[in-house]
Design a binder for this molecule. Sequence first.
Ligand SMILES: Cc1ncc(COP(=O)(O)O)c(C=O)c1O
Length: 465
Amino acid sequence: MDGFATTTPTTPSRSTTEHPAAAYFRALRSREFSRLARARQAYLDYTGSGLYGSSQLEWHRDWLSERILGNPHSENPASLATTAEVDRVTERVFRFFNADPAEYDLVFTANASAAIKLVGEAFPFRDDSRFVLATDNHNSIGGIREYARRSGAEIRFLPLTPDLRLDDPMAHVGEAGAGPSLLAFPAQSNFSGVKHPLDLVAAGRERGFQVFLDTAAYVPTNPLDLGAVGPDFACVSFYKMFGYPTGLGALLARREALAILERPWYAGGTVDFVSIQNDVHQLRNAGGAFEDGTPDFLGIAGVEPGLDLLEEVGMPRLRDWVAFLTELLLEGLQGLRRVDGKPGVAIYGPGTTDSRGATVAFNLLDGLGRPIPYETVEAAAGEAGVSIRGGCFCNPGAAEVAFDMPPRETLDCLERLGEDFTLPRFRDCLGGKVPVGAVRASLGIASSPRDIERLVEVLEALLED
Ligand SMILES: Cc1ncc(COP(=O)(O)O)c(C=O)c1O
């Protein structure tokens, strides 16, 4: 079973032979991801984490087996070997994202959130600054508002349309404040899969903002050309791109943008010098001032075979393939009906693949058109060996719009529940009137049409109950 065989002529209806890349991805899956077939699992949680190919593990194991690698930042051979590898991978990452090292710097971090925090905590917000951000940012960008608020900056959210696109963003962004101002939005929403317009980066910069483009959910299946898009800051988590290693991400930042940040502390690795007796320190230049402590230098080496795999596949081919699969998924979901012919699914976000990526959030609907709790769907899928995600995916802004949550009742319930908060209790508190979570299926490099069929079969069975 390679995951591509269509066992039943049910949904999704279109033949996989329609797509010219189907044979390529079938071969790739049996070469790199054969463990999926052995485990009989359909993995549909790529926005949670990518899957690693077996060649990555083999390369990394062989690489580690042959080398003596020490902590970088010294002149001994083991240290120099590590420094050389970290430099080599840094260059590879620059090339992968077409970032000119004269313009951009790279800081390895623990994950995308850590990259975001480096900027948030050091951004020189003032009371005449503006922080403008998309309503559907991941919490890790949303949390920057706490730093902005502390400085008295104006905080403004860009509204969403009912299908979760940015609503006339150029009009809502406005102009930067007199103080340093930041615009932040995701290149692709981790809730709805919507791809926001990348020309908002240039527009924001023209209006005097520094722009943080959250690329964490975008880069696993889309080519990103930083040279062309030109954000001041971008972040990635490598496990989202190719599954392994975990605990490693990066901040890619324009050198001029890094220069205006004000680091709130210093740490090992970030300083040229410190004098305790004289109470002074001097931070290293540019990215060097942001790399707190020893980076995950063995993990960094493991980035290389991940990039090799993505480059072998080719990001445009991967983007097109997952777009084709997303079409199958949307068709499969939209074809689901209750016995009385009423729609069986509410999809949150666009119903077509126009400017949307391979992440689809939805709820199944009961006979009265009410959402079936996402936990029920997630559990049924799990029993069938299908991994999907339930909840609101660290994206409360998108969830509030998608579920049309009444603001006053929402706040009352949040305050009343306090430390007892759980999503099911929150749902009860809201009287079961609105969903408080959804299920999310997301596709990636090893996804197959059969994975989608397996999900649709689970959903069909639930609707028949
Ligand atoms: C768009 C987006 N930004 C940031 C993050 C945070 O990534 P991490 O948890 O790896 O730090 C995620 C994770 O899902 C994401 O989807």
